[in-house]
Every structure is written in C-alpha cells, then in structure tokens.
Ligand binder design. Sequence first.
Ligand SMILES: *Cc1c(COP(=O)(O)O)cnc(C)c1O
Length: 424
Amino acid sequence: MEKRPFVTKEQIEEIVKTYPTPFHLYDEKRLRENCERIKRAFAWNPGYREFFAVKACPNPSIMAILKDYGFGCDCASRAELTFAKAMDLPGDKIMFTSNVTPASEFQYAAKIGAIINFDDISHIDFCEKAIGKLPETVSVRYNPGGSFTINTAIMDNPGEAKYGFTTEQMFEGMRLLKEKGVKHCGIHAFLASNTVTNDYYPTLAGELFELAVKLRDETGMDIPFVNLSGGVGIAYRPDQTPNDIEIIGAKVHEVYDRIFGPAGMTNVAIYTEMGRFVTGPYDLLIGQVLHIKHTHKEFVGLDACCVDLMRPAMYGAYHHVTVLGKEDEPCDHKYDITGSLCESNDRFAIDRMLPGIEVGDYIAIHDAGAHGHSMGSNYNGKLRHAELLLKEDGSVVQIRRAETLADYFKTLDDTEFYKKLDLE
Ligand SMILES: *Cc1c(COP(=O)(O)O)cnc(C)c1O
C-alpha cells in the first residue's frame, strides 16, 4: 500500500514558523478513527477493555484522546502507574504488567487499586509480603515456552523470553492464589511482537481460552478475563498489508463462541494491551535536511537523529521516509538518511531509493508514534524534541516542549559546576 504522510510540505512550512524542526507530529483525526475501529471490533464482548501500553506513547494529551474510547492503561513501572493515576483512571482501568518488580511498586499498584498481573510464581509470596492481603482480583502471565507458530510459520520464541509462568506453574499458581483468598484471576500472554497477520490474536485466543477452561475445571478459580496483551503490528513497509482490527475482532469472537460456549464461560471479558497498533501509524517524525555529503555513499544529514526514534538503530527496523513536496517524483536516488550522533548506526534509512534531495527539504519519517519519542535518550548530549498534535480542525498544539540545556544538566549534584554552565 502506498504510504502518504498526513501533512503536506505547505502545512509543515506553516508549523515551523512557530515550532522549529525536528518534532513529532501526531494526527488526532486518524488516531480517533483507529480507536473507534478497535472499540467496534470487540463490541460483541460486553466486558471488553483496551489497556493502552503507555510505554508506546506516554503523553497525557494522547491518553486523554484514548480515554474518550474507554481505554485504560497498561503500566510496567512506578512512573507509568503515576501517569495512569494522574489521568484519573479508576484502578480497574489500570493493568500493572511488570517484571522484576520492586516491592515498592507492588505497594503503589495496590494502593491505587491497579490490577496486578504476576510475571512469576515467586512474585505471589513476594507481593503478599509487600502489600499484606492480596486483592480479590489479580492476573497471571502465561508463557508456554517453545516457539509460537501460525500455520507452521514461526512468529516468535516465547521459550527464550524472560516473561511469564510455565503451564505447570499456571495451575500451581492458581491453587496458591486461591489459598491466599484471591477470588478472581485473569490470564494474560504476550507471545509474538509486531505481527502483521489477522491470525495472531485469534490463534493466541484459542490457546488461552482452552487453558482458561482447564484452569477453571482443575483449580476452581474464577477466570474473569483473558488478556490478549499487545503484539498486533503495523505495516511499517509499503508492501505489507495492514492488519484489519475488525476481522481480528470477528475471528476472536468465533474462537470465543467455539471454546467458551460449550464450557459455559460466556461471561469472560476480553482485554487487550495494544500499544503499537493504537498510536504507531499516527505520528510522523519531521526533520529538515542540514547537510548532504558525497563520499563513499550519499549521506543526507537531518536535524533529527536516532535518539528521536531509536527503532532503526536498535533493531534495524524499517521506517518509511517521504521527502515532503516530492511525493510524486521518481525515486531514482539512493541515500542513507542519517542523524548527527557519533554512532554509525544513527541512520533512519540505508540505501533507500528516494527523489533527489536538497538541503532544506523536510523529511517525514513514518510510523513513529509508538516506541518513538518515549524510547529516546540524551546520548551525545542530544536534547529530546517536542511533540505536537495536529488537531481535527487543522490547528497544531504543542503537547510536550523540547528539552533545554538546563534540563540536560539539572540532575547534577555539583551546584558549583551547574552555576558555571553557559545555558543561553
Ligand atoms: C509492550 C507491551 C505491550 C504492547 O505491545 P505492542 O506490541 O506495542 O502492542 C503490551 N503489554 C505488555 C506487557 C508490553 O510489555
């Protein structure tokens, strides 16, 4: 599918009069349309709830939009719990899916009434020691090991992942939780990441629903929800077919009726914790070309760098690139699109065929809305850039300012040194 940016060069020229590049630019209209589709896809399940994986895009202005569709938060740290609480979410809309969890974080999660999703059987005792009596409703994370396949294609390798309970531990864990007075225990699994197939959730649902029936039958635990977690991917590449969430929802519905119908478990709620699929496609990282360098390769140097979007440097991930204003020109030049870090892997694209680029051109890097700004760092003294929101009426508001030099240095304890800094 052709990938077109949601803004034109003319719009960017207007925006930079107020907000200089680089910046992340989110698209409210398309984000809302996506949330509506997600909600509709699972409307057949009365208890359905999406817990947005906030690590993907922890910005309150974005979360406020998601809240309009009833979404809660999936959190993995004290800061993410603090964020969810400040969004005025009730405890039953906050999922705490953490791992290697400190006692203080179990305590905070319990204090705000979040649903605690245990990552390991040993955490049950650990948490009880930390918080006293366990809540009536908790959750456990499942990891069947081995590899996760769909129609014999290997999607991922849960057997290598650090997360979750083994199958035996699921049964043992439920019995232990029951002994400790827990009345309801949901089950959760995240077995493959960034899947671009409508079969991931339905296949996972089949495994989890069957397990849920066995767990109820053998341990007597009430299973109030099955959490399909994240893993629904997006089409980063133009040759990929995007997932269709309405088909995914309908297929999960079929599996639900087939397995839960005969088992008499048709009150089970479906939960999801999508991050990437919710916000990923609705943000462009916009940078401007500072330099073009002709050496052993053609290097296009931007004012943005990989601390604004780590995925290409970290995973070699593909992100589509558009030269704004040149959408319809032939892609007959081969470029490496780089940032200014002293790291050779600081490249948004390698050997990418694009139209001829000039200094001053605006470059849009697509699908930056999940694990983009939030994964950034200050390496090399790079300051994180602003986040802007393109509203439905076409206006633009800043929803996070760019960092300043003062921000960069403010955690130093040496106040004499701090005073000597030239921060102008
Ligand atoms: C990262 C994460 C998610 C979201 O994953 P996506 O692939 O972005 O949808 C959901 N749940 C947990 C526990 C996660 O760590």
